[in-house]
Write a protein that binds this ligand. Structure first.
Ligand SMILES: Cc1cc2nc3c(=O)[nH]c(=O)nc-3n(C[C@H](O)[C@H](O)[C@H](O)COP(=O)(O)OP(=O)(O)OC[C@H]3O[C@@H](n4cnc5c(N)ncnc54)[C@H](O)[C@@H]3O)c2cc1C
Length: 320
């Protein structure tokens, strides 16, 4: 039995969250005694990049190298993935939980008549049906659900899977999905991206500032630490509402959800709406002068003190 893994790409590379999805799909295929087949859409990833998905456990990569698929067109992506799923006689589709993954998985669950579990954190328990654990309530609780349909879709929560990289490579099959103009009902004319900086949703390290920084003129201490660590900068909602920082840096329930390995929160109180955007971080470090700040309860490490004293010292220490 084949497990299909939809692999997202950006700027010629496979997204980190999709590598986790491949590792998950490969582990599931092994558990079910089947094979793991990744599907990559568009022609932006080089051949060796495709084959290297074998490092993460894929046995085969189906490469639909149609340049109309370079832009994340949800309708066309869903149709192409459904065709690959049917061609491979797969029963399970695995993909990363992301904004593209959410849109594609919702369409595909209808098209494939599949049970869908999103934000999945563990491999399924197959001892009595197909039972998976998933994060709910913005990561504050877990649900255990059984998927009863013959076809199943699992969207994997970022940072939930441990990757064991190997030297294996995958075979690459070039394949064309049968797509017509009707699949491109929405035409993406151009995508303007922030360039030259680490992008917040993709960042492995985030240094984020709150109202405790007092004003935009003080952001250099955040930026210097972020530059030193190769991190992206984020902020709390009031900070972007006050125009101290651009809105695309606002982290939280109503802003960007981040899943870095390290989230450093500086002068942020830790309101529940902010925590909703950072709960998938692997390690949270909080710097706040108030020892009672709620963020400390969610922190792995905390520093009680004045950001204006601590940040320059941290930056200096990391530069050594
Ligand atoms: C519907 C709704 C949605 C929301 N969505 C979001 C969201 O997505 N993201 C979000 O962030 N907020 C959101 N909020 C707002 C949220 O409730 C908080 O008001 C906000 O997160 C507080 O921002 P803050 O921690 O920067 O500011 P404050 O609450 O003012 O906290 C500032 C912190 O800085 C500390 N501090 C002060 N000076 C220093 C210093 N020198 N050194 C170190 N620490 C210092 C203080 O002790 C304090 O803990 C939302 C609110 C609502 C009602």
């Amino acid at each position: 039995m084949s497990v299909i893994i939809f692999v997202e790409t950006a700027d010629g590379s496979v997204r980190g969250s999709s590598l986790e999805a491949v590792a998950y799909g490969a582990a599931l295929a092994q558990k079910q005694g089947g094979t793991a087949t990744a599907i990559v859409l568009g022609n932006q990833v080089a051949q060796d990049g495709l084959a290297s998905l074998g490092n993460y456990g894929a046995n085969k990569v189906i490469h639909c190298n149609d340049d109309r698929l370079n832009n994340g067109n949800i309708q066309a992506y869903s149709n192409a993935i459904a065709q690959a799923f049917e061609k491979e006689s797969a029963k399970v589709l695995v993909l990363a939980k992301s904004s593209l993954g959410d849109a594609v998985s919702a369409r595909l669950s209808v098209r494939l008549k599949a049970s869908l579990a999103s934000n999945v954190t563990e491999l399924p328990d197959l001892s009595n049906g197909f039972t998976v654990k998933k994060g709910v309530y913005t990561g504050k609780a877990f649900q255990v659900v059984t998927l009863n349909s013959e076809n199943k879709i699992l969207a994997i929560k970022k940072n939930a899977i441990v990757i064991n990289k190997t030297e294996s490579t995958a075979s690459v099959e070039t394949w064309q999905a049968n797509l017509s103009d009707a699949d491109f009902g929405v035409k993406i004319l151009k995508t303007d991206k922030v360039t030259g900086k680490v992008l917040l949703p993709e960042a492995d390290i985030v240094v984020s500032g709150g109202r405790g920084l007092k004003g935009p003129e003080n952001w250099s201490i955040i930026e210097e630490l972020a530059d030193t660590l190769g991190a992206a900068t984020g902020c709390s909602k009031p900070v972007s509402d006050l125009d101290w920082r651009p809105h695309h840096e606002h982290v939280g329930q109503t802003g960007v959800k981040v899943s870095p390995s390290l989230y450093i929160a500086v002068g942020i109180s830790g309101a529940i709406q902010h925590l909703a955007g950072v709960s998938s971080s692997k390690c949270i470090v909080v710097i706040n002068k108030d020892p009672e700040a709620p963020f400390f309860k969610a922190a792995d490490y905390g520093i009680v003190g004045d950001a204006f004293e601590i940040l320059p010292r941290l930056t200096k220490a990391f530069k050594v």
